[in-house]
Design a protein around this ligand. Structure first.
Ligand code: ZN
Ligand code: ZN
Length: 543
């Protein structure tokens, strides 16, 4: 009997059911010939990340990709089609089910688990009592069966609304049996957008082609990628749209932590949780995306919109005094002029309105830089480098409704995911320069001054002197932005980002300083209107 092999590392053990499943898969004829299946210690090489830079198994990822290509051809899946590799992984899987690495829960790899959207539709049905339990880990067939058991035939009439999804025609059902058969044969295979798979495909990163954590533990899990997914893709788009400064990776991580645990604390204004992380200084008013949040319940959050209260401004001033960088460079001048003029909620609101107009002027300047084609310079304002690090917080807690931690640990990372995050930020930020001025209901007020005009022209002039390689990059980015599909734009940016120089040319610094001067002039002009009727009026439409 060979010695028992250990899987997992310090403190994170793999569930025994998962290890048994690994052994089953590694020995299964479906996966015969998998490159580098075992290590010398006779350990199954389950993971094949794409970022191994060295060592004997640095090419495992690529070799397995080739294995999947051959397998897909065998299975009759053309490898030039969209998602060919996940189609192959699904078709190849011998049982259609796998246990979760973390908790051992067995789940189907098919799309059979209800998403929130579907559960919300159930919750809204007139016959549903609040005691009826809804669980996103319950198989759709089980859920429909339970609804029928509890509420009888009338539920069949509601199903076309509950199950609605694009690309799927939900018929009227005359019996439960007929309905369940349709779900099994037509609905699930269509992978409707209102259902989730129990495990997402990620071939060739894992031996069986699926994420190790199932739906149950996606997000709460303990490896970089999953936490990243949780916090990364929930990034408030506004951080990108309004060109906010700050360590966006760290701030996202903190927001993710609140969402997945700390949010049960009560709201700043005394209400019960669950709460969301509120940027005390609204991103849309020029404040940074940084690692200080207060807890606000849903209704306080939507009531706040982007109006600051006196206590918000006081919190920000305290954080600033303690060394935090609370305001982005483009809004710094106005903030510095007026932050000490706030003495009550009305003046806090007044400052909010001034900062909103400051934003209009800033976005108008960026739009001009974009029209002049200086895309690489614009990307240099996005702090993409933060994505090269992973951040962990030690001693994170919520005290008096505010987040607090003992230390912030940053670790260098080079992952495919970092590149995806950067690409997404580039796309959303550049698109925002177009969409921003398309919104019709804005009460726009752009400050046009001779100083800002001159400074903007000077910036554009100096950017024209950038080295040829930068100008070439500008043209590549312009082409990427013309692509129609979001996926194409993102992958275009990933290509561009791989070639971006480590150091930007000196012209960028000069241009940035020039724009800083332009925004200082805007800030001064706006500050001078502190008593203007436009800002003093107690209430007005404020978006
Ligand atoms: Zn799990
Ligand atoms: Zn509240």
């Amino acid at each position: 009997m060979p010695p028992k092999v250990q899987y997992g590392s310090k403190g994170q053990t793999w569930h025994p059911d998962f290890i048994a499943y690994m052994e089953f898969v590694a020995a299964h004829p479906s996966y015969a010939g998998m490159p580098d299946a075992y290590t010398d210690e006779n350990k199954i090489q389950w993971e094949a990340p794409s970022n191994r830079g060295s060592g004997r198994f640095k090419d495992t990822h690529g070799r397995r990709l080739n294995w999947w290509r051959r397998k897909a051809r065998e299975l009759g899946i053309p490898i030039n089609t969209d998602k060919w590799i996940s189609k192959a992984a699904k078709k190849l899987h011998p049982t259609g089910k796998k246990p979760c690495k973390r908790c051992g829960r067995m789940m189907e790899i098919r799309y059979v688990y209800p998403r929130d959207l579907l559960l919300n539709r159930v919750r809204k049905l007139s016959c549903i009592e609040s005691a009826f339990k809804l669980d996103r880990l319950e198989h759709i067939v089980a859920l429909v069966g339970r609804l029928h058991g509890q509420y009888g035939r009338k539920i069949l009439e509601e199903l076309p609304v509950v199950l609605r999804a694009s690309g799927v025609n939900v018929p009227q059902f005359s019996s439960l049996a007929e309905c369940l058969e349709w779900i099994e044969k037509d609905y699930i295979p269509a992978e409707p957008s209102v259902l989730s798979p129990g495990a997402m495909s990620n071939a060739p990163d894992r031996f069986d082609g699926f994420h190790s954590f199932n739906l149950c533990c996606r997000g709460v899990a303990d490896t970089g990628r999953h936490k990243d997914n949780l916090s990364g893709y929930v990034t408030d788009r506004r951080v990108f749209e309004y060109w906010a400064d700050g360590d966006w990776i760290a701030a996202d991580r903190l927001m993710g932590a609140i969402r997945s645990g700390l949010g049960s604390e009560p709201c700043t204004r005394g209400h019960c949780g669950p709460c969301d992380a509120d940027h005390i200084g609204p991103i849309s008013l020029g404040f940074t995306h940084h690692t200080l949040f207060q807890l606000l319940c849903k209704s306080c959050n939507s009531a706040k919109n982007n109006r600051m209260s006196l206590s918000d401004v006081q919190h920000l001033l305290r954080a600033e005094a303690a060394g935090a960088n609370v305001i982005s460079w483009h809004s710094q001048a106005l903030w510095d002029f007026r932050k000490n003029s706030v003495s009550n909620d009305e003046t806090a609101l007044r400052l909010s309105k001034l900062l909103r107009d400051n934003r209009h002027s800033f976005m108008a300047i960026l739009r001009r830089i974009e029209r002049a084609g200086h895309y690489a310079f614009l990307l240099s304002l996005l702090h993409l480098d933060y994505a090269d690090f992973n951040v962990e917080f030690q001693g994170l807690e919520v005290v008096e409704h505010l987040t607090r931690f003992v230390a912030e640990k940053r670790k260098k990372r080079t992952t495919k995911y970092a590149l995806e995050q950067k690409a997404r930020r580039c796309r959303i930020a550049l698109e925002s320069l177009h969409t921003y001025f398309k919104k019709k209901n804005r009460n726009e007020f752009v400050i046009a001054l001779p100083e800002t005009e001159l400074a903007t022209i000077a910036a554009i002039a100096v950017l024209k002197e950038s080295p040829d390689e930068v100008r070439k990059l500008d043209k590549q980015i312009a082409r990427v932005m013309k692509l129609r599909k979001q996926n194409a734009v993102d992958s275009g940016f990933r290509r561009v980002l791989r070639r971006i120089p480590i150091r930007w040319p000196q012209q960028f610094r000069i241009a940035r300083d020039s724009l800083g001067a332009a925004m200082a002039a805007v800030g001064e002009k706006l500050s001078a209107q502190w008593y203007d009727e436009r800002y003093v009026r107690a209430e007005d439409a404020f978006d």
